[in-house]
Write a protein that binds this ligand. Structure first.
Ligand code: TPP
Length: 685
């Protein structure tokens, strides 16, 4: 057996194709077989991994990387490179082999030999920031595909902003059956089709196999029809025929819609008994099978050895875009310096700190001059009116709750298929797709994406939020209607466990501001947090403004601080977040009436508080005899502040449907409960 080893069809005039492989005598099949050999040998040595997918998609990947992809291994961060996303991240050896073969310095043969070992850059699944050349972390199926939609949106928005002489690239994706079975893929492809993201090209590994066996066990979707229905151009090809792959990619270059190329392939191509079977999906092939595959493929080299002429051809392919890169650098240098500096600032992720600080302070000055008793979601819009002009890389959106989330300020133009210069995205009712697309935008660079939905629907985007935290990217989720305080919509819409669940995600900042002033401070912190995502949990209901004096510094940066209290010692410390801080303040007043000194600590961000010095934390937690935590949510996580002996006033059930003030009474989240509990503990009832 051998691949259809026909050399590539004669090159048509095309800037990408005129510098094709160095040595035409090195056939496509040999180059593809280098990927196959590295994949099966690395998996074998590691005694773990997925050889089938890289072996099956080696032909497709070879054509993409030697003929189409614009990239420069010498500068993996070149802003105008094409993005390549391996959504089927279990096939990680495909990308690792490609990075080695095309000459990324960090991807040595030694690293390939250390596949899946601690400290290597060839981890089990591709990890962004870990391996130069890997554009996004993949593994959870569907996420990479949805990231790529965000990358393609980012490209169009930045091209509209800076001009296509500086921003003009494509996004290529390899996606598997598993990617396309995941629900998130529907959200992603529908959004891509709607926005006519014609520079997005998805190569579907149409191998008809998943872990359980034949795809027919669980799926009978016609993917070509499905993509066409979502507004894509879609076709089917033989994924082992380089001429067909080439022709389909050529056609996709000029597509007016996003393009799907369903590539019929054999998983584990070349393995004598495991090809075409789930047996090659996710375990080492075994010595005999590898010997057989070497024979079938005509690959005579020892493990981890790539013949010099084949490696040379790959390295030449890796250098294909060097001149395009050099021309791009010249074009960038020729830009007006203000524009160039702005482009570089945005791509480097450097938020305009001074402009941001000035804008935040201006909002706080207005609030000090004229306090506002408003919902924090309304305060968010008030803050955004100043922040959005100050931070031009912010691109907002909402999953069809724009009017409720208050994430779109007046005059903010929406992005559309015909005009990507806007700064607001109507994501549709697609929370998961939205969150993953935002990750893609942040990964692309040049944009700080923020979203809007209800806090309870954080569950619908949690996998993408988790990945944003894992990869350390700045995406900001505005999540309103953050408790039973939303009232009549009832328990389906009232988050109870979501704050605790979000706080459990490492590297995520969960902000729950208590008033308009804290809202703007939390926004500033989220925008400054360049290497982590943030959630802003905001209320539907109005809240009193508790901070009326102008603080020049950002008090919320400490995560928790005393917002009210007597001079001197307190018998009671009351800790609260968001809407419950006002209740805590009222509770403290009731206690004062009974001669009990109580202080109130606002805790807008647990994570930032836990990062403070021991000394600061000890001072804020204090040594009052009674510690009370109040949050209209579950207790989980609160013991870190109030201790296991502390009193927690919150929720231990789902909510109910009623006007919100009645709900607070029904669930006992009131100033009276606070005062009563404190007095009982002090033995003063
Ligand atoms: C969200 C998610 N669910 C489950 C898995 C585990 N998993 C890895 S690959 C795979 C399916 C394999 O089928 P396919 O996507 O067609 O890949 P192929 O076998 O063709 O390589 C599954 C279920 C995962 N990685 N992500």
């Amino acid at each position: 057996m051998s691949a259809k080893a026909s050399p590539m069809a004669a090159a048509a005039p095309n800037e990408r194709r005129d510098q094709s492989v160095a040595n035409p005598a090195v056939a496509h099949a040999s180059m593809a077989n280098a990927i196959r050999a590295l994949a099966m040998d690395a998996v074998e040595l590691a005694k773990s991994g997925h050889p089938g997918m890289p072996m099956g998609m080696a032909d497709v990947a070879t054509v993409v990387f030697t003929r189409f992809l614009k990239f420069d291994p010498a500068d993996p961060a070149w802003p105008d490179r094409d993005r390549f996303v391996l959504s089927a991240g279990h096939g990680s050896m495909l990308i690792y082999a490609l990075l080695y073969l095309t000459g990324y310095e960090a991807m040595t043969i030694d690293q390939i030999k250390r596949f899946r070992q601690l400290g290597s850059n060839t981890a089990g699944h591709p990890e962004y920031g870990h391996t130069p050349g890997v554009e996004t972390t993949t593994g959870p199926l569907g996420q990479g595909l949805a990231n790529s939609v965000g990358m393609a949106i980012a490209e169009k928005h930045l091209a509209a902003t800076f001009g296509d002489e500086i921003v003009n690239h494509k996004t290529y994706v390899i996606a598997s059956d598993g990617d396309l079975m995941e629900g998130i893929s529907q959200e992603a492809i529908a959004l891509a089709g709607h926005l006519k993201l014609n520079k997005l090209i998805v190569l579907f590994d149409d191998n008809g196999i998943s872990i359980d066996g034949a795809l027919s066990l669980a799926d009978s979707v016609d993917q070509v029809k499905r993509f066409e229905a979502a507004g894509w151009n879609a076709c089917r090809i033989d994924g082992h025929d380089p001429a067909a792959i080439n022709a389909a990619l050529e056609k996709a270059q000029a597509s007016d819609k996003p393009a799907l190329i369903a590539c019929k392939t054999k998983i584990g191509f070349g393995a004598p008994t495991k090809q075409g079977s789930e047996k090659s999906h996710g375990s080492p092939l075994g010595a005999d099978e590898i010997t057989g595959a070497r024979k079938a493929l005509g690959w005579t080299s020892a493990p981890f050895e790539v013949p010099a002429d084949i490696l040379k051809s790959w390295r030449t392919a890796g250098a294909r875009s060097r001149s395009l890169h050099a021309e791009w650098i010249k074009r960038l240098a020729a830009l007006d310096s203000t524009k160039r500096n702005e482009f570089e600032r945005r791509m480097n992720g450097n938020v305009p700190k001074q402009a941001l600080a000035d804008a935040a302070l201006a909002v706080k000055a207005k609030l000090a001059a004229q306090p506002k008793d408003i919902a924090t979601r309304t305060a968010c819009e008030f803050a955004l009116e100043s922040l959005i002009p100050a931070v031009p890389e912010m691109v907002g959106g909402s999953a069809d709750l724009t009017g409720s989330n208050n994430t779109r300020i007046k005059g903010m133009k929406a992005i559309s298929a015909n005009d990507f210069s806007g700064r607001f995205i109507h994501y549709g009712v697609r929370e998961h797709g939205m969150a993953a697309a935002m990750n893609g935008m942040a990964l692309h660079g040049g944009i700080i994406p923020y979203s809007g939905t209800f806090l309870v629907f954080s569950d619908y985007c949690r996998p993408a939020i988790r990945l944003a935290a894992l990869i350390g990217k700045r995406v900001i989720h505005v999540m309103t209607h953050d408790s039973i305080g939303l009232g009549e919509d009832g328990p389906t819409h009232q988050p109870v466990e979501q704050l605790a669940a979000l706080r459990a995600i490492p590297n995520l900042l969960v902000f729950r501001p208590c008033d308009a002033v804290e809202t703007v401070e939390c926004w500033q912190l989220a925008l400054e947090a360049s290497d982590r995502p943030s959630i802003l949990a905001l209320t539907r209901q109005n809240l009193p403004q508790l901070r009326n004096r102008l603080d020049e510094g950002n008090i919320c940066a400490q995560g928790a601080y005393e917002i009210a209290g007597p001079d001197g010692h307190s018998d009671v410390s009351i800790f609260a977040t968001g809407s419950e801080v006002a209740i805590a303040v009222d509770g403290a007043k009731l206690l004062a009436g009974r001669g009990v000194a109580a202080r109130v600590v606002s805790v807008p961000c647990f994570e930032l508080f836990m990062k403070q010095t021991d000394e600061y934390r000890r001072a804020i937690v204090g040594d009052a005899r009674v510690k009370i935590g109040i949050e209209a949510a579950v207790r989980q996580g609160w013991d870190a502040i109030i201790g296991s002996n502390g009193i927690f006033i919150g929720m231990n059930s789902f909510g109910a449907s009623a006007p919100y003030k009645e709900l607070y009474k029904k669930f006992g989240i009131t100033a009276e409960t606070v005062a009563g509990a404190a007095l009982a503990k002090l033995g003063k009832t």
